[in-house]
Ligand binder design. Sequence first.
Ligand SMILES: Nc1ncnc2c1ncn2[C@@H]1O[C@H](COP(=O)(O)OP(=O)(O)O)[C@@H](O)[C@H]1O
Ligand SMILES: [Mg+2]
Length: 261
Amino acid sequence: MADASDNRPLIQAVGLTKIYRVGVETIHALRGLDLTIERNEMVAIMGSSGSGKSTLMNMLGCLDRPTGGTYLLNGRDVSRMNAKELAQVRNEEIGFVFQSFELLPRQTALENVELPLIYASGGWRGRRQRALAALERVGLAKRVDHRPNQLSGGQRQRVAIARAILNKPSILLADEPTGNLDSATTTEILALFRQLHAEGQTVIIVTHEDEVAAHCQRVVRLRDGRVLSDLPTAKDIAGRHLPMIEAAAAAAATTAGKAGA
Ligand SMILES: Nc1ncnc2c1ncn2[C@@H]1O[C@H](COP(=O)(O)OP(=O)(O)O)[C@@H](O)[C@H]1O
Ligand SMILES: [Mg+2]
């Protein structure tokens, strides 16, 4: 798709804040977070428990709106969208993968993958073909009729990944996708993410495992709802990430300047 928004970064978050209110308590989950991510980056988000990783994923994935700041996705201002618009953007642009796979236990792999297509055009046959193609892409062509309890953990996560890439999302968001997997299976799933990345997919992975982060090209560390550091890894062979990191740092300096004024 070629339109005017194509030369903008895919993700541009400036001064993002998120406040949760629980009873009388106010929780500042994000406290002015700046982040710029370009198309086809593969980024790890790290940080200790409670640092805001999942909250950030929820914002980036349009599950929820920030309390303050701006979030431009493909040049569109998500921070101003209503619930219906958010749902539409989420459906068109975002694929989610979770630690717990989130598969329906009674449905086959194929049925689980078809799920996001319930409202899609193309009819039953078209939907089935797309779901089969996605399962083939993740290496599960021979397991399409298996239910989750007939699959290994790694295979379940593959089903979830097939479901996530079905709508050709702009961003594949994975929140601790290998948290429930042993190390051999972790390596296998990361190889799959890297394959998708090599084919053009933008991938953002929340993880606390250094081994997982090492497969990415860039590591963003959060602390207390802000970016603590944003660094390229050894995988960033082409050095394409430095300009983006510098851009984010410049945005952060501007925000800090405003806050200080
Ligand atoms: N839905 C919610 N309601 C209230 N507080 C929340 C909610 N989600 C997260 N929090 C709080 O926001 C902070 C950041 O949480 P989270 O984003 O889940 O961190 P992480 O994923 O890095 O562990 C924590 O203090 C957490 O308790
Ligand atoms: Mg979390």
